[in-house]
Design a protein. Structure first.
Length: 142
């Protein structure tokens, strides 16, 4: 990955990361968390606790469902990745991507989104998807 010496984005990265972390905390880990949120919002949880008592087995079921049906979570960008992407999107004006940039983008995308795109891909559709996903991730937390 290309390094950018003298880049003073530490504060910007910290602010970006804080927004990312805050949103990730509120996301469900798996199906168990989703079911728990629905039963709490609809009042079903209180009704079950009233009828079955405080220990109705809901927590154990929630844990089992989370383990069986875990959601893929987006990983947080490292500071180096954040700096690379911020600089890349600031300087990228045309549709041509240098091979070194493609390799870096795919490498970051694979780690962050748990994908397995070929780093040497020349597939325009694949590269465009990687490009857009990373740009959206970066912009979502600015």
């Amino acid at each position: 990955m290309t390094e950018f010496k003298g880049d003073k984005r530490t504060k910007a990265y910290k602010e970006w990361k804080a927004k990312f972390d805050k949103e990730q905390e509120s996301k469900s880990e798996g199906l168990g968390d989703t079911v728990a949120k629905i039963t709490e919002a609809t009042g079903i949880k209180k009704a079950v606790e009233f009828l079955a008592g405080d220990d109705c087995g809901c927590d154990e079921r929630q844990d089992k469902l989370n383990k069986l049906f875990t959601y893929k979570k987006t990983e947080c960008l490292t500071e180096d990745e954040y700096n690379f992407l911020t600089n890349f999107y600031a300087r990228h004006k045309g549709s041509y991507l240098a091979n070194a940039d493609k390799i870096c983008l795919v490498k970051i995308h694979n780690r962050v989104f748990h994908t397995n795109h070929d780093k040497g891909t020349s597939c325009t559709k694949c590269v465009k998807k990687v490009f857009n996903n990373l740009k959206k991730l970066l912009e979502n937390y600015e």
